[in-house]
Design a protein around this ligand. Structure first.
Ligand SMILES: Nc1ncnc2c1ncn2[C@@H]1O[C@H](COP(=O)(O)OP(=O)(O)OP(=O)(O)O)[C@@H](O)[C@H]1O
Ligand SMILES: [Mg+2]
Length: 243
């Protein structure tokens, strides 16, 4: 498989802390790739660098064969690279449908002026239905449970028809029924050709869903490969067991 996303020598320092340290890895086209590592190992920072929410001190990101020289979140999402956040970012005062349309980030329409067009609404309702949220379409998003907010954010980033979705802890703090729902959505979308890079602490989920798995510890890549290889890597075990 060829790489849809390639990261080379990615580095980010915050004062004395090197949050991401000369990291290189690839996300094969068509894969569900995992990015795992202990708390504070640099996973979210790596996402921020790749998606343009923070500026790297060094390194190169290539998406779909082209170098991303000045990553900008809105521009990247238009070229097919999008993400969710560890704390779901939704608009609490907008309805679910309005959230879906706002996720298109069209410059001619502010998030708070959400005159919804017909075809956008149809697409939004289709996605909400796939995600089991259709009956809540006209609810305020602020009324959703924690897990439903994460589902909504996931559904919303699909409005722009991405090629690669970065999910930051999609199942953290989510009840088991919704975890199943999220796993199912990832599988189904992946079967239809969507590529994922997933930060996830639930190792059972990672082992059954993801390949390859990239492991970070203290900002440095420890391992990258098939989940079975990575699971038996002594450096990975040390990192997780407080080594
Ligand atoms: N904006 C920031 N300013 C200063 N330090 C930061 C900033 N963001 C992250 N860090 C530090 O960088 C390191 C990596 O943090 P990051 O949030 O990327 O880890 P993570 O792997 O996502 O952790 P978790 O699993 O807990 O979400 C940590 O030491 C963190 O304290
Ligand atoms: Mg994080």
């Amino acid at each position: 498989m060829s790489a849809l996303l390639e990261v080379e020598g990615l580095t980010k320092r915050f004062g004395g802390v090197t949050a991401v340290n000369t990291c290189s890895f690839a996300v094969p086209e068509g894969s569900v790739t995992a990015l795992v590592g202990p708390n504070g190992s640099g996973k979210t920072t790596a996402f921020n660098l790749i998606t343009g929410y923070a500026r790297a001190d060094a390194g190169v990101v290539r998406f779909a064969g082209a170098t991303v020289s000045r990553p900008d979140p809105v521009r990247l999402s238009r070229t097919g690279l999008t993400r969710t956040f560890q704390q779901a970012r939704i608009f609490a005062d907008l309805t679910l449908v309005e959230n879906m349309v706002a996720a298109l980030q069209q410059p001619w329409r502010s998030a708070f002026r959400t005159a919804v067009r017909g075809h956008e609404k149809t697409r939004a309702l289709e996605l909400l239905d796939e995600f089991g949220l259709a009956r809540l379409a006209q609810e305020r998003a602020g009324n959703l449970s924690y897990g439903q907010k994460k589902l909504l954010e996931f559904a919303a980033v699909l409005m722009g028809e991405p090629r690669l979705v970065l999910l930051d802890e999609p199942t953290a703090g989510v009840n088991p029924v919704l975890v199943e729902q999220i796993e199912e959505r990832i599988r189904e979308l992946n079967a239809r050709g969507l590529t994922f890079l997933v930060v996830e602490h639930n190792m059972n989920l990672v082992m059954r869903l993801c390949n390859p798995v990239v492991v970070l510890a203290q900002g440095t890549k420890l391992a990258e490969g098939h989940p079975d290889e990575v699971r038996n890597d002594s450096r990975v075990l040390d990192a997780y067991l407080g080594g």
